[in-house]
Structure formats: structure tokens, C-alpha cells
Design a protein around this ligand. Structure first.
Ligand code: ADP
Length: 157
């Protein structure tokens, strides 16, 4: 059984994340979405809220499970028997950070690979931060996030 882990902050989940999840769900028999619970990183949505928004967004993929964990990402991956962690790459500017993380994780556990999926063209500009910024100024985010995420963003205003 091929198991993968897609880690991220997902504050909140966007259609760009969902594009990666959909494509990742086709590559792995089981794909865990690991929601970061990093107390040093300020998030608009709590970890519980981010998990709930993701769960609603992935109901159509039965092999996708949304979780959080106190373990280091690579240790979580090893603990569920995952061979690979999945990350999305948008533009060249993502590359440096992602290379650093992948190299660090490889040093922590060389049994777990990091695999990258290139963003689809229509989502290459999309980030959770930009969606939050648009929503904060009452802009239209309906093309960028699922309906229930749009409503959750409205409630945070
Ligand atoms: P993190 O804080 O771990 O970067 P994010 O939720 O911002 O968490 O992103 C999680 C992963 O999803 C990262 O690999 C990021 O590059 C990827 N990602 C985010 N937005 C998109 C998008 N629009 N298209 C493809 N990948 C994306």
C-alpha cells in the first residue's frame, strides 16, 4: 500500500491545495493531510477550524484523511508507514524554501522522500495569505476557495 502525507498550514485550504490533494489522491492508496499545529505561527483559523474546513473539502476522496499530530512531520510520515511527503510548487520563489525543507527532512529520515507536484496554471498565483487579504477587504474569493471556506472567511471579518 502506497501511503503519502501532504503537510501544510492550510490557513485556510484553497482551491490550489485541493488541486494538489486531488492529484495526490490519485498517486497514493492513502493520503494523509497533516495540518500543522505550530504555536509560533500566527494563524487566522485555529487548528480545529482548519481541520474542519479541510474535512468538508475532501469528502469526495475516500482515501484522503485529515489529521494533526504533535510529532515532527517526517516522524509522523514514518509512523504511518508513508514512503513520501507531498508538497506543491507554484513558482520559482517556492523552490528555495522547499529545497531547504526537503533536504532537512531527508537528513532527519532518509526513508521518507519529498515529492513535488507543480501547481496547475490557474492556481500558480494562489496562496492562503492572498485569499485572507482579499477577504479582509471584503473582496470576492469565490473563485479561489470552496463555498464553505468563503463563508468561514466572512465570519472572521
Ligand atoms: P506551509 O506553511 O507548510 O507552506 P501552506 O498551507 O501554505 O503551508 O502550503 C502547503 C503546501 O501547499 C506547500 O507545499 C505549498 O507550496 C502548497 N501550495 C499552497 N498553495 C498552492 C497552490 N495554489 N498551488 C499548489 N500548491 C500550493
Amino acid at each position: 500500500m502506497r501511503i503519502g502525507v501532504y503537510p501544510g498550514t492550510f490557513d485556510p485550504v484553497t482551491n490550489g491545495h485541493l488541486d494538489i490533494i486531488k492529484r495526490g489522491a490519485g498517486l497514493f492508496d492513502k493520503l494523509y493531510i497533516l495540518v500543522a499545529n505550530n504555536i509560533n505561527k500566527h494563524t487566522l483559523f485555529s487548528v480545529e477550524e482548519r481541520i474542519q474546513l479541510l474535512k468538508e473539502a475532501v469528502v469526495e476522496w475516500p482515501n484522503v484523511e485529515v489529521v494533526t499530530s504533535p510529532l515532527l512531520t517526517v516522524e509522523f510520515a514514518a509512523s504511518v508507514g508513508a514512503k513520501a511527503m507531498l508538497r506543491g510548487l507554484r513558482m520559482v520563489s517556492d523552490f528555495e524554501y522547499e529545497l531547504q525543507m526537503a533536504t532537512l527532512n531527508k537528513n532527519l529520515n532518509d526513508q521518507v522522500e519529498t515529492i513535488f507536484i507543480m501547481s496547475s496554471h490557474e492556481y500558480s498565483f494562489l496562496s492562503s495569505s492572498s485569499v485572507k487579504e482579499i477577504a479582509r477587504f471584503n473582496g470576492d474569493v469565490s473563485h479561489f476557495v470552496p463555498k464553505h471556506v468563503e463563508l468561514a472567511l466572512q465570519k472572521k471579518r
